[in-house]
Design a protein around this ligand. Sequence first.
Ligand code: CO6
Length: 285
Amino acid sequence: VEKKLAEYKCNTNEAIKLKLGKMFNNPFEIAFGYKGLKILLCYIAGNLSTLFRVEYASKVNENFDCVEADDLESKIREIIPPGFCTNTDDFVSLLEKEVNFKPFGTLLHTYSVHNEEAGEDITYQIYKADMACPGFREYHERLQTFLMWFIETASFIDLDDERWNYFLYNDIFPRKEKPLFFSQMLILPPFQGEGHGAQLFETVHRYYMSSPTVLDITAEDPSENYVKLRDFVLVKLCQDLPCFSPENLKQGFNQEMMTEAQQKLKINKQHTRRVYEILRLRATE
Ligand code: CO6
């Protein structure tokens, strides 16, 4: 019996297929009770309308196998908001509405990235939105499900808290004369490593640089990759400050660096220290 039941243990990492133009897998957990499990989740690129379906070759049965299968459908329904399609035809018909999709909020920044595959430059835009935009709340509920698929330490925010601002995939929490925390940042896997993270980080960072209520900008519990991205952008912002001149770098880390980076760029002491180490290493090489 045990051997037979082992066939009904599936790694949901392999079972889950997330479709967003391209197909990719994501870490999840072991699910019990299904053979040949496929969890299909498709999002329409613009408005993020969702198709969700669980498929399997066979499922354990309480009467014959004396065990119950995990209730995967309910687990995923807890994450994705209601209103998703379960039928492919309904989902495809929603694609027609996609042509009318306009990003929510106001345009903050436009930039281009050369795409090797297409052999041309593709233009990207960063928008800032808030809950006052009609339809944005529902859109955000669909959007934030991505956090669960791609960030291990993800959590959902309180949408009724008006202090949040939304930079597409980025949530910000401003406080008076206090550090400002980046909550979560996600560039979808097909677009990683193309410079979008750096563009988004710099745009949001610059947006808050002139704010009198923001002391400096930081993040809670940052991932290793996020720290690498942050180092890259902060070095870029700091390298032209007079306090980081090659002569000054040779003298060691000093108060002037901390003050200038904090006042001009809203960078905190720890991050300024990292920038100093990187620039000093570069100057020495
Ligand atoms: N290794 C080394 N260097 C890196 C890396 C990694 N993984 N990522 C960025 N960078 C540096 C590097 O110098 C890049 O320049 P190039 O060497 O020329 O490629 C530069 O940063 C720009 O990188 P890019 O803009 O292309 O980065 P990307 O668009 O991929 O965005 C990311 C980085 C971490 C946001 C993205 O990979 C991602 O969404 N990863 C999965 C989710 C994740 O880990 N999010 C961060 C969670 S922590 O949200 C968090 C706010 C805090 C708490």
